[in-house]
Design a protein around this ligand. Structure first.
Ligand SMILES: Cc1cc2nc3c(=O)[nH]c(=O)nc-3n(C[C@H](O)[C@H](O)[C@H](O)COP(=O)(O)OP(=O)(O)OC[C@H]3O[C@@H](n4cnc5c(N)ncnc54)[C@H](O)[C@@H]3O)c2cc1C
Length: 98
């Protein structure tokens, strides 16, 4: 790892790296779960509270952000127009993306 880091740094910075032996290496076990549906009544679950995807997929944060986007739209529709369609459709939109 120090070798790879040194390649990416300037010669001067690379020379100042203190090298040592790796004392621990581990691989996070892949796990995934999801709650279905992603809502209970008016409670909408977002992000990792609703679904965990393996880190290797590198998409948990993106899914969380889109959940929040759809939740915001649903809440705004509900409070500004009394329209519950966004809340009702939320779980389906979220599940389709996971
Ligand atoms: C090692 C690693 C690498 C990752 N790499 C990527 C990647 O490359 N790309 C990607 O898209 N995703 C990646 N993810 C996944 C991503 O980090 C998560 O999916 C995302 O952060 C979920 O956002 P969230 O808001 O749902 O939860 P979190 O980011 O976990 O936010 C929850 C927050 O709630 C707080 N909290 C918890 N309990 C309480 C409480 N009782 N009261 C008040 N606050 C509380 C926590 O402190 C935390 O700040 C990675 C995850 C890990 C672990």
């Amino acid at each position: 790892m120090c070798h790879e880091l040194a390649i990416r740094l300037s010669t001067q910075e690379a020379a100042s790296i203190t090298r040592g032996t790796a004392i621990e290496k581990c691989l996070a076990p892949p796990r995934s779960f999801m709650f279905e549906p992603m809502r209970q009544g008016q409670l909408l679950l977002c992000g990792d509270a609703a679904h965990i995807v393996p880190v290797s997929g590198a998409k948990g944060l993106n899914l969380a952000a889109s959940d929040v986007h759809y939740t915001a739209q649903a809440v705004i529709s509900w409070y500004e127009h009394g329209d519950g369609d966004g809340v009702a459709a939320y779980a389906g939109k979220g599940l389709a993306r996971v």
